[in-house]
Ligand binder design. Sequence first.
Ligand code: FRU
Length: 505
Amino acid sequence: MTNLLRAILLSGLLLSLLAFSDDRATSGQSGAYDQPFRPQVHFSPRQHWTNDPNGLVFFHGEYHLFFQYNPFGDQWGHMSWGHAVSTDLLHWRELPVAIPEQDGEMVFTGSVVIDKNTSGLCGTQPECMVAIYTGHRSTPEQTRQTQNLAYSLDNGHTWTRYSGNPVIDLHMADFRDPSVFWDDREKHWVMAVSLPTEHTVRFYSSPNLKQWADLSDFGPAGDVDGVWECPNLLHIPGEHGTAGMWMLKVGLNPGAPQGGSGEQYFLGDFDGKRFTPSSKPGAHGWTNYGKDDYCAISFNHLPRGSEPVLLGWMNNWQYASKLPTSPWRGQMSLPRRLSLVSDKEGLAAKQDPIVASLRGEKVALSFSGNSAKTILEAPFELEIKFAPGDEQVFGIRLYSDATHWAEIGFDREHHQFYMDRTKSGSIISDDFDSRTTAPIAADRPLDLTLIVDRSSIEAYAQDGTVAMTNLIFPASGRSRLELFSKSGKLLAAKASAWKLRSIWK
Ligand code: FRU
């Protein structure tokens, strides 16, 4: 081969590589995101494994989603921080790995803050992004988890590890998932971090992200089966401008009421040092009553006045390694705005999925008896207000074919809202074969919003005070809707449906 020919061929190769990386970084991504079960309104990495969302933060007009990522395969391992950005919390653009595993240290879950150079890590810049993450080292003799810093001077594109790492080392095998925010009252940073096997969240404060002082411990409290992971302390506003409250959310794995991974929350007060749960009814609940929403965290530094936004990993450690998806494995929940409900029933965290901007055509639903003639193709959104009269058990079934359906309903006899996926399609493990339930509150409305994607159903009931997310693997993305009631009589309901636009087109 002549040198000239080689130069031409090489430049052609370079051009096609550039075109590939450019394609990755623009929204011309639909082909790469069109496999069976590929989420259309939820984020999933283009390829390989993901678990928890990490470092959710808003900076310079962009939302950043970092995530537990294996850059080398579709099973857990080599944990690094993947990275994606969005301007609307829905359309994500995946970027190269932000913080890779290095020298045998995996990069576990953590958070990102915008530091007005309290750390001195921003150099001459007035502010910069600082990640606080758990470093995980494991040898046959010893496992050690420590808290560490990395910083970015270019809006999160490239990261440098702090030379003084680790910033907290308790010489423990289980000590992880720091969640850090700026406490404006006390003018210092606050970290909530988990001592998983002790069912304790420890709070620390710091003036500069480098030196940390003990504030207090919370727990054991609530459910203490399994270990505690992924704590998140945040202030949530009251509905309609009423006073808000602090919420401490913590993951539990295994041993959640629905089996495997789940997340409980406590509503109460944080006085700058200590979190004290309220004694009102409803102060202890679950952020999700389905099986598939874990390690949700809230966005840091949202524009002033906006409500906190929570986003989780839509999966469960019981079967996360078995999802029948390729070339990726793992996906995130929708972002959900959080607020506080305080009513006759007591307290509750309310979640409002952010999805309205994806609404396309409103579908005119036509029913014959309880059965809709309309077929809906995932992704779609469905809102139903039931007027059940004396019916004790009622709801809706989504049939993907004659013998497969998911059933979502209210069972007043047992005071339960539920989702049954036992006939929904491929049952990937015994633990997947489930009917999940949540208590219903008599004084809250019997409404239901469903966001149905190609491999998931997110349900919000009772004015968003109950969230229930479950994965499904049906043979097709098509759903025929059927209302049902235990008596078999016609069920009165007002339903609206919208097609949702794919985030990848
Ligand atoms: C929760 C978790 C975290 C940990 C991460 C490791 O899903 O176990 O506690 O930081 O995953 O990938």
